[in-house]
Design a protein around this ligand. Structure first.
Ligand SMILES: [Zn+2]
Length: 277
């Protein structure tokens, strides 16, 4: 069991999703003294631009900019994130190891199938991780034995930012105790939905922008993918426009949007933020 559980873990399909949807919030949490982490489900091998190796190095740079304590990429196939038993087990294993109190998932609707699939996969993994009778390591091992494919397990685990060596999750004889996150939030920036709340990232906005620029293979001008990627000098204005829009909804300069399924709980009406009129 890790000595330091994560306070906040953001789970996303692709490297750079977290930077684009909730990077400012992660940085703000780290600046408040919380321990934060990022789990990317894929390594980006299908991307039009850059290789998986380049993206790993870029993800490490972005993690440093966002002051993230822990970051790993699983080995799910890029462009083919599927909500399978094996994939849910892989995510549940990470949840049991890192023991986050808060999990941030992508919003459950969107254009890219990997994004909305990650949302449901992540939610169901949070449920599984809390089942005390489920031995995740055994279930993963027996799944690999039955599978024709080579044992996936956690062999693709790759740590780019970690205070201790997580190059492999504990497997075999070790048994990670069950853990279910207390809170599940959905980062909704990729989808046009009214957020339940926004986080003021005015003070973190510039660093968050730099964390996106860290993906040089994606966001520098080049011929590959010219029709699918914004021009480099367009990125700032796009990122700023979105952050400004969500900021304006709450009367701050820049913000990131979130949806939560639960109702809010209020103690003191006089302390409620955001002006009505
Ligand atoms: Zn993505």
């Amino acid at each position: 069991m890790p000595s330091n559980p994560l306070d906040v873990l953001a789970i996303a399909a692709h490297r750079d999703d977290v930077e684009q949807t909730c990077g400012g919030t992660l940085l703000k949490m780290a600046e408040h003294g919380h321990r934060t982490g990022i789990l990317d489900l894929t390594q980006g091998e299908m991307g039009t631009r850059g290789t998986a190796e380049e993206r790993a190095a870029e993800a490490a740079d972005a993690a440093r900019i966002l002051k993230v304590s822990w970051r790993t990429a699983l080995d799910l196939p890029d462009g083919r994130v599927e909500n399978t038993w094996e994939n849910r087990l892989k995510v549940a294993q990470v949840l049991r190891e890192q023991r986050p109190r808060v999990v941030i998932l992508p919003y459950w609707k969107g254009r890219h199938p990997d994004h909305y699939t990650t949302s449901v996969l992540g939610y169901e993994a949070c449920f599984l991780a809390g089942l005390s009778k489920l031995h995740v390591e055994t279930a993963l091992a027996s799944h690999s034995e039955r599978s024709e494919e080579p044992a996936l397990g956690t062999s693709g685990m790759e740590v780019v930012s970690s205070p201790r060596n997580h190059s492999k999750l504990e497997t075999g004889n070790s048994k990670l105790p069950p853990h279910r996150p207390f809170k599940i939030l959905y980062a909704s920036l990729y989808h046009d939905v009214r957020p339940t709340f926004v986080v003021d990232i005015t003070a973190q906005f510039e660093a968050r922008l730099q964390s996106i620029y860290a993906y040089k293979s994606q966001f520098t001008d080049q011929e590959a993918g010219r029709n699918d990627f914004p021009a480099a000098d367009d990125i700032r204005s796009r990122v700023e426009a979105m952050a400004r829009f969500y900021g304006m909804l709450a009367g701050v300069k820049y913000a990131e949007p979130f949806v939560q399924k639960e109702v809010g709980l209020v103690d003191d009406l006089a302390a409620l933020p955001v002006k009505s009129i």
